[in-house]
Ligand binder design. Structure first.
Ligand code: ADP
Ligand code: MG
Length: 633
């Protein structure tokens, strides 16, 4: 073992820098927080190459006296904390006096600053933490910090940085959160010479939201304003229609500091219960203000996590605050759409003979629960698909279309037929031929239960098929194949869809233009804060198309392959899933047959699960059923 040694200061500083300044966005955060602490009401951030090459933060705050300037860059040099007790009552952003020391240890820094009283400003440069140049300069009150060549002296850290565009996205995200936390400050972000966003700084959170998320979002927000036991919860929550498939648009601010707290997110989501679908997350910007003694901000080096002293009480207050906003008279939010109850149907009538209760009734409409009557003849009708194909699809008897069951599906679910070139029997895949000639003849379709599962009988087995899982998987396999062959065709939308996005999302669209194109989307930038969708691979309503694009963006933004599927596959699955027939949809006999056909075709390829690994089909043997009824032991 080597001898224990106290690390030279320069190395210790570099290690500490890793904690505070892990990437450009963290540097921007620290510098901007210093500007806020200095009382600035106008802060401009400029970055180049995602901030790796260049970061400039300019403010109109109180400035640093020239003779103290070197001290600002020393570790534990702070003007904000004098006594250890101060730690518990602080309302400033910084307090540990570490940020500037950490940042300048891993970069080249230039600073220009002037206080109100000083006649001249001061200009100073530091190279890897060592002041190298200092002179007087004429300038306005305030401070400009320029950080260049971040991590150039630590190649190991450089490796952890992502693409410039990704880093630039992180910077936008951080600055947007800070802007949302400080509506009274005007912020501006410039990246590679282009303005990313700017806020007015008029003190109105609603306007800040408008500047950052666009008009659609600003129109859909509800005000939160609630004080209880000295804890105030203010800000906005979005109406359910602003919900997204991830939590990127949730901003929590505690005593002016943007933080992450999973429990608070959950509490807010709980307040939204019954108003949105599972897997959707509400929009919010919430400020919790409480006595600083009740919060410990010093639990995380970047100060992005906090601990509340009396958590449970605070969570309850947040919950009440959001509920009040949602259900206040002005803001009444409709409950999630529920199927209206059809009283006249399926009410057990005591006078009715029992044997009629469970019989299929062609004249009644489906109700949830129980067997769903089908409009087609009840008697299982083997070979119906064949008959249907021969009679309904306009192709010659011996010829069927490419992937005929897709024509079948698409025509059934999309209301519009697709015209594809006919192919001869010999061009069909082996599995298609086998399927056509054998299996379907032997299958009896018994019906559908819970509007979700198709029940079939095949030999000595009964199967329940998950209609959504089956169709999603079939669709997914087809999309994958087409994606590989660059053969996914987008459908031109008659009315293009404009989608409001944030700066990170627009960057993802830019970076993955090719991927979107190959997936059948035509998407272009449309102003600084929105994109326009002109073509899509799926036929769905506008909201669903928007959702799909947003979800694909969030998958691509992650960029991390999941254990099961790589991220392109996840995006394709997203399309497949949105396109596939849903659970809770009543199917006609013809539709059920198409589903069954999918299942058996997938099986011939050895596929028995949906893309997420859930089974498509579950078997019940005749024997096991007979056992249940005590017919056999
Ligand atoms: P902390 O913010 O924890 O005090 P920093 O290392 O971030 O530590 O900053 C050190 C000191 O430098 C601050 O306490 C403050 O006095 C001064 N300082 C840094 N940035 C600015 C700025 N933009 N305007 C005025 N003073 C600043
Ligand atoms: Mg600081």
């Amino acid at each position: 073992m080597s001898k224990i040694q106290v690390l030279p200061q320069a190395i210790a500083d570099k290690i500490a820098a890793g904690e505070v300044a892990e990437r450009p966005s963290a540097v921007v955060k620290e510098l901007v927080e210093n500007s806020i602490d200095a009382g600035a009401d106008r802060i401009t951030v400029e970055i180049k190459n995602g901030g790796v090459k260049y970061i400039r933060v300019e403010d109109n705050g109180k400035g640093i006296p020239g003779d103290e300037l070197e001290f600002a860059f020393l570790r534990h040099a702070t003007s904000k904390l004098r006594e250890i007790e101060d730690l518990y009552t602080l309302r400033t952003m910084g307090f540990r006096g570490e940020a500037l020391a950490s940042i300048c240890a891993v970069s080249d820094v230039e600073v220009i600053t002037k206080t109100e009283e000083a006649e001249e400003g001061t200009y100073m440069t530091l190279k890897h933490g060592v002041p190298s140049d200092k002179e007087c300069i004429a300038c306005n009150k305030g401070t400009t910090m320029i950080v260049e060549n971040l991590f150039a002296n630590i190649p190991a850290r450089m490796k952890f940085l992502k693409k410039d565009s990704t880093e630039s996205g992180y910077v936008s995200d951080v600055l947007e959160r800070i802007a949302l936390s400080n509506p009274e400050i005007a912020f501006r972000l410039i990246s590679d010479g282009k303005e990313q966003f700017s806020t007015m700084g008029d003190g109105q959170l609603k306007n800040t939201i408008l500047n950052i998320y666009g008009i659609e979002c600003a129109k859909g927000i509800l005000e939160v304003n609630h004080t209880e036991h000295g804890v105030s919860v203010t800000g906005v929550v979005g109406k359910p229609e602003l919900a997204r498939g991830n939590r990127a648009r949730q901003t929590l601010i505690v005593n002016g500091r943007y933080i992450k707290n999973h429990v608070v997110s959950k509490v807010v989501e709980e307040a939204f219960k019954n108003t949105m679908m599972v897997g959707r997350f509400p929009f919010f910007v919430l400020n919790i203000d409480l006595s600083p003694e009740l919060v410990d901000v010093n639990v995380h080096p970047a100060k992005t996590e906090i601990k509340f002293a009396n958590e449970k009480e605070i969570y309850e207050i947040v919950h009440r605050a959001v509920k009040n906003a949602l259900y206040s008279r002005e803001n009444t939010v409709p409950k999630a759409e529920k199927e209206p109850e059809r009283k006249e149907e399926y009410v057990f009538d005591r006078k009715e003979p029992t044997n009629q209760r469970f019989s299929f009734n062609l004249n009644t409409k489906p109700a949830s629960g129980g067997f769903t009557p089908v409009e087609q003849p009840q008697k299982p009708n083997p070979g119906l698909v064949r008959e249907f194909l021969q009679n309904t699809i306009p192709v010659r008897a011996e010829e069927k279309t490419v992937d005929s069951q897709y024509v079948l599906h698409d025509s059934l679910f999309d209301a519009e037929d697709k015209k594809e070139a006919p192919v001869s029997e010999s061009e069909k895949t082996e599995s298609e031929q086998m399927f056509d000639s054998n299996v379907l003849e032997e299958i009896k379709i018994a019906g559908q239960v819970f509007d979700t599962y198709v029940i079939i009988e095949h030999g000595d087995e009964m199967f329940m098929i998950d209609q959504h899982a089956a169709h999603e998987r079939k669709r997914f396999e087809k999309l994958k194949e087409d994606y590989k062959n660059r053969a996914i065709c987008g459908q031109l939308l008659l009315a293009p869809i404009v989608l409001d996005v944030d700066s990170v999302e627009i960057q993802v669209v830019r970076d993955h233009a090719e991927t979107f194109k190959n997936m059948g989307f035509a998407i272009d930038e449309f102003g600084a804060r929105s994109v326009i969708i002109r073509e899509t691979p799926l036929i769905a309503d506008d909201d669903e198309i928007k959702d799909t694009v947003l979800e694909i963006i969030s998958i691509l933004r992650d960029g991390r392959p999941s254990s099961l599927l790589d991220f392109e596959e996840r995006a394709l699955d997203m399309i497949a899933c949105k396109y596939a027939i849903k659970a809770h949809k009543k199917l006609s006999m013809i539709e059920m047959e198409a589903v069954v056909k999918d299942v058996y075709e997938l099986e011939t390829q050895g596929i028995t699960t949906c893309p997420h690994g859930r089974p498509i089909k579950i078997s019940f043997t005749k024997k096991s059923i007979e056992k249940l009824f005590g017919r056999i032991v």
